[in-house]
Design a protein around this ligand. Structure first.
Ligand SMILES: *Cc1c(COP(=O)(O)O)cnc(C)c1O
Length: 457
């Protein structure tokens, strides 16, 4: 059969409602044009993020009841530890309340002012945690990653030459570790090939620099390797994940992504000294190291979810839904990042709205119009999220102006996707009327979460 079906049926429903256009306009004005301030109730289809928004399986709900809430050494912790070790083969496992807590502890214990951390692309919270301690977060993405029309299958790859030059210029002492983000959320959810991970590891080994994997979407990345690297065709996703982690010395993880959980994360490493430093910081920040920032029931849910994310049929279905949307957008002529990433479709706001200059934030214009036109919430990944200030204090736009439609796992059905397509087609037809925006308030770090805007007349 050609039709790919959801490999599950629905046992519990949650109502959603589309409020009127006038109500949506009012809600957005009240939110000062930042969709992070909208009430979720007012967002009929919420594609703000795929983080922590997934639906749990019957196995996960059942596992929840098994949660052992003992303060130290609980049964749930043992299950969590065993599962994480089975997938990663990494020795020390520390549960955190979410991914950024792992990043925070990593940055606090291993970085000092003036250090340089290369990555294919840092996620926003990773960058913020690194910069917060006065270190520099460098993005060394391969050139294909900047071409939104390139069909290269591994656009999340690290540029090996740039990495080599970065190490030679800064010196080993300034680089306590190198990171790799799989898949590359910032650059369009694009995967990293096993070949690239292996080559990065080999290069780092020559200098004795440890590799830390930002593993949030490790299962989606394993799926892409399975589909697009011929030598992995006959491997299971678990075997592929195991090989990916075999090249890592440590990893940070948000279980709100490929943990198929609503909360949670972990920090893992092989080095005993690193682990000791992490544990000391842990007690202060997250809790006793066998529960971290989590309840026993969360540990149970994640242990099940990590393995469910590696289920091949689940990944086939997930990619089929995202690809379905991409193919329809292609037919309409809407510009988006190709090939389609793992967890989201990224609209190219610069090509969509060429009349809006980057520092009038075309991505914000597009996000706000999609909300007003269809009650769909999505997010800007452009100059608001990734723009920076240079030494002279001038705002530098981000290399790409993207709008991300991120898909919660196992939540929306095909008719929801058909609705999204209809809304986007309408926005595309009337795009000439979309305004740019100016920022009226912004904080120092992670400004996209809490800055305010007004439309430019
Ligand atoms: C979500 C995410 C994080 C941060 O995880 P949280 O659980 O949101 O704190 C870090 N890196 C990447 C690539 C992510 O997608």
């Amino acid at each position: 059969m050609r039709t790919i079906i959801e490999p599950f049926r629905i046992k519990m429903t949650e109502p959603i409602k589309l409020i009127s256009r006038e109500e949506r306009e009012k809600a957005l004005e009240k939110a000062q044009y930042n969709v992070f301030f909208l009430d979720a109730e007012d967002c009929c289809i919420d594609l703000l993020t795929d983080s922590g928004t997934g639906a749990m399986s019957t196995e996960q709900w059942a596992a929840m009841m098994l949660g052992d809430e003992s303060y130290a050494g609980s049964k749930s912790w043992k299950k969590f530890e065993t599962t994480v070790q089975e997938i990663t083969g990494i020795k020390h496992v520390l549960p955190t309340h979410q991914g950024r807590a792992a990043e925070h502890i990593l940055a606090q214990t291993r970085l000092k002012e003036g250090d340089v951390i290369p990555n294919n692309s840092h996620f926003d919270t990773t960058r913020a945690n690194i910069e917060y301690v006065g270190a520099q977060a460098l993005d060394l993405l391969c050139s294909e990653g900047f071409d939104t029309t390139s069909e290269f299958p591994f656009k999340g790859n690290m540029d090996l030459q740039k990495l080599h030059d970065c190490i030679e210029i800064n010196g080993v002492d300034k680089i306590p570790f190198c990171m790799m983000t799989v898949t590359n959320n910032t650059g369009g959810g694009q995967p990293v090939s096993m070949e690239n991970i292996r080559a990065v590891k080999a290069l780092l080994d020559r200098y004795g620099i440890p590799l830390v994997i930002d593993a949030c979407r490790f299962a989606e990345n394993a799926y892409f390797i399975h589909e697009n690297e011929p030598e992995y065709r006959d491997k299971t996703l678990l075997e592929i994940a195991q090989e990916m982690f075999a090249y890592a010395d440590a990893a940070t993880m948000s279980c709100k992504k490929d943990g198929l959980a609503n909360i949670g994360g972990f920090l893992i490493c092989n080095d005993d000294k690193w682990a000791e430093d992490f544990r000391n910081e842990f007690i202060l920040r997250e809790g006793f190291p066998t529960y971290g920032g989590l309840a026993g029931r969360d540990l149970e849910v994640i242990a099940v979810g990590l393995m469910e994310a590696l289920d091949y049929d689940y990944q086939v279905y997930r990619h089929a839904t995202v690809t379905y949307l991409g193919n329809k957008l292609q037919k309409i002529g809407i510009p988006f990042v190709k090939p389609i990433g793992g967890h989201a479709v990224f609209l190219d706001a610069r090509a969509f709205l060429p009349h809006i200059p980057p520092l009038q934030y075309p991505g914000i214009g597009l996000v706000n119009t999609i909300y007003v036109d269809g009650g769909i919430r999505c997010v800007e990944l452009g100059s608001v999220m990734f723009g920076r200030t240079d030494e002279q204090g001038n705002e530098v736009p981000a290399p790409l102006e993207l709008v991300r439609l991120a898909f919660p796992r196992r939540v929306y059905t095909q008719s929801h996707f058909d609705y999204i397509i209809e809304v986007l087609e309408e926005v595309w037809r009337t795009r000439g009327k979309i305004p740019g925006y100016r920022i009226t308030y912004q904080p120092k770090f992670l400004r996209h979460f809490s800055c305010r805007f007004e439309p430019i007349e």
